[in-house]
Each structure stands twice: as structure tokens, then as C-alpha cells.
Design a protein around this ligand. Structure first.
Ligand SMILES: O=C(O)CCC(=O)C(=O)O
Ligand SMILES: [Fe+2]
Length: 359
């Protein structure tokens, strides 16, 4: 009672859970130089894949969880009794579909006019994944830089021009460059998000409808409409208008937050997991509520609608590497020569596509 105040970082139940599951590096007792990962107690993490297996065998879900069959779905959908509006659809996507959306997330989705986490620094840059695959480098070209300065001075819109381009060889690059070339592969590792459809402005935490954008791709729109059905009333259809694609590397995490910039919270956020396994924390309406921890694997889909839209949530942990990532089947689909670059990326990464109705 009279003990020291808890540190700021440990104040809330949500923060304590994040600390419990995040990746920690500790000194390796066997080697003075190397760091090792601290073992994490995963015994409280809900595993919907094993729940699905026993549910299909016996029809009995664990206490506090219920499963139901939704028309058009060949697998049951699960809910928590005390988190209305949250839906978990295990293995919603086939491995072929997962491969398709991983390819799209890396090649098409980061293309201008879609903005990415790199746009603020380099302007719109095209064909990042292709450039990384072909060992290209990003260079700043003096002539283009001068053009853009001229355009900007004349009040013209330079949203579609960038003074940075990818170049084949460092030798070529040296000619026009005014700063050090950056390997496309390094930039790809730094890619954290891209936005589709209506563009989300992270600095204002709002949708900026004045920014140029394309409509959400038709196939993604169709998938989201189909997957949203368990969370929609039978009279309404989900209308996807925006999507945020998150790219996670081995030590990345997404802190506890609410997604509250959409007008109608009765509509779900459709959230697709691809690549390495992760832990998802679903809190309550206060950061003081104890969050539920669950595994998210490639192909799982989560819906958050209604009351669940008011629940804090986050991703404190990604499991990379062959042992814990649960990506063996996925990797085997990418193992041929033409796809090995996707395999190299996804072995150590997770991608999340979350699709939203904004208005
Ligand atoms: O990565 C996830 O599974 C969740 C992503 C998320 O909550 C968000 O982008 O708002
Ligand atoms: Fe979110």
C-alpha cells in the first residue's frame, strides 16, 4: 500500500500485458557478446486454431467463447462472451489467397498515389519491391530536384513528382546524386505502412479527402464485403472506402490504441493477418481493463464492430524465424525461383491489411 508508485510505463493493465508479451533481448549466458531472447510465458494466450480443431471434433468451445456457423463461411466464426462486436475467423484465407495478398501488399499497394511511411521523406516512389529485388539504389537527382523546386515556386502541385529515383548501379547513381544512395532493400525493411483508398493522414490522425487516391482494389473490396457479413445486420452491406496496410519486422509492435476516425462505429474494421504469427491484445473500453491475448496467424481475419470499436487493442509481439512463426506452408508456396524474394521477406515479417468504411 505504501510501496513506491508504479513506473509510468507499468501504470495500466494494458501496458502491463504489452510488457509481458513483448520481445526482450537479454544477455546470453553461453556467450558474452550475443544477446538471446527472454522466454515468454504463452500459457494464457488464446489459440483459435486449437479451439477450432476441438470445436470441429466435439462442438464445445472453452468457457467464455462461443462459435457459430455463418452462411457463406465454411468454418465457424468465434466470439468472446464479454467482448461483443469482436469476431475471429480462423484460417479465413487459403494459402493461395494469402500468397496473393502478400504479393499485392508488397508490389501494388505501396505504389503512388497511395502514400507510405516513406512518402514524407522521399516523396512518391514507385516500384520499391521490384527495386529491392533487383539490388537497385535510391538516388536524389539534381536535375529533378531543380525541376521540383521550380514547380513548387510557381505554385504547381509536385505531389506526383519525386526528386528520388531508383537506379541500376551505384556507378550510374554517382553522376547526378547529391546525397548517398540508399539500397532499395534497406528502404523495404523500413516500410511500415501504406494507405489505400481514402488516404489516412497520420499527423492529423484523420482522413484527408483532398489527397489524390484510387478506389480500393475491387478484389479486396469483394473480400472485405464477404468477410464483414458476420458483423453486419442482414439489411446492410459493408462499404470499404479505405485500408491501412501495416508491415511489421521482427522487433516491431503496435501499441494499444482505438481506431476512432470513422463516422459509424457500428460498421466493422476487417483485419487480415499475413505472414508471421503475432500476439493480439484485445482490451476493454479502459486501459485499466485486463486485455485478452490471442495468437493471430497468416490467413486469420478479425472483425471489430459496435462495442468492440471502443476497445483498446494492439500487437505487442511478432514471432519470426522458422520455429515459432507458423509460416512453413506459406514459405513452401513461395519457394520457386520467381517467388523467393517474397519468401525472404515474409519469413521475418508480418503484414496486416485493415479495411474500413469511413463515412
Ligand atoms: O496488426 C493488427 O492485427 C492490428 C492493426 C490495427 O489495429 C490497426 O492498424 O489499427
Ligand atoms: Fe487498430
Amino acid at each position: 500500500m505504501y510501496g513506491a508508485e508504479p513506473a509510468e510505463s507499468e501504470r495500466t493493465a494494458f501496458r502491463r500485458a504489452e510488457k509481458r508479451y513483448k520481445l526482450y533481448k537479454t544477455p546470453n549466458p553461453k556467450s558474452r557478446k550475443k544477446l538471446t531472447h527472454r522466454t515468454t510465458d504463452l500459457s494464457d494466450v488464446v489459440d483459435f486454431h486449437s479451439i477450432l480443431q476441438s470445436f470441429e471434433r466435439s462442438g464445445d468451445p472453452p468457457p467464455g467463447i462461443y462459435g457459430f456457423q455463418c452462411p457463406g463461411f465454411n468454418r465457424p466464426v468465434f466470439c468472446f462472451a464479454d467482448r461483443p462486436g469482436f469476431y475471429f475467423i480462423p484460417s479465413a484465407l487459403t494459402v493461395e489467397e494469402q500468397c496473393h495478398w502478400i504479393r499485392e501488399s508488397l508490389t501494388t499497394f505501396p505504389q503512388p498515389p497511395n502514400r507510405t511511411s516513406l512518402t514524407a521523406i522521399y516523396g512518391p516512389i514507385a516500384d520499391l519491391f521490384d527495386a529491392a529485388q533487383n539490388q537497385k539504389v535510391l538516388i536524389e537527382t539534381k536535375s529533378l530536384a531543380a525541376d521540383i523546386e521550380h514547380e513548387t515556386k510557381n505554385g504547381e502541385n509536385s505531389l506526383h513528382t519525386s526528386k528520388y529515383i531508383f537506379s541500376e548501379a551505384p556507378d550510374d547513381a554517382r553522376r547526378g546524386e547529391s546525397c548517398k544512395p540508399i539500397a532499395a532493400s534497406v528502404l523495404l525493411q523500413k516500410l511500415r505502412w501504406s494507405t489505400l483508398g481514402l488516404q489516412f493522414d497520420w499527423s492529423k490522425r484523420n482522413y484527408d479527402v483532398s489527397l489524390p487516391h484510387n478506389k480500393i482494389p475491387d478484389a479486396l473490396c469483394l473480400l472485405a464485403k464477404k468477410m464483414a457479413v458476420p458483423a453486419m445486420s442482414s439489411r446492410e452491406e459493408f462499404q470499404p472506402e479505405a485500408a491501412i496496410v501495416n508491415y511489421f519486422g521482427p522487433s516491431d509492435m503496435l501499441g494499444g490504441h482505438l481506431d476512432d476516425m470513422e463516422a459509424d462505429w457500428s460498421k466493422p474494421i476487417v483485419s487480415i493477418s499475413l505472414g508471421c504469427k503475432a500476439i493480439f491484445l484485445l482490451g476493454g473500453k479502459s486501459r485499466e481493463d485486463n486485455p485478452i491475448a490471442m495468437f493471430l496467424r497468416s490467413g486469420d481475419i478479425v472483425l471489430m464492430a459496435g462495442q468492440a470499436r471502443e476497445c483498446f487493442h494492439g500487437v505487442p509481439r511478432i514471432f519470426t524465424g522458422d520455429e515459432h512463426a507458423d509460416v512453413a506452408t506459406l514459405l513452401s508456396h513461395f519457394s520457386d525461383k520467381d517467388n523467393c524474394c517474397f519468401m525472404d521477406y515474409i519469413r521475418y515479417s508480418r503484414i496486416n491489411i485493415n479495411i474500413r468504411q469511413v463515412n
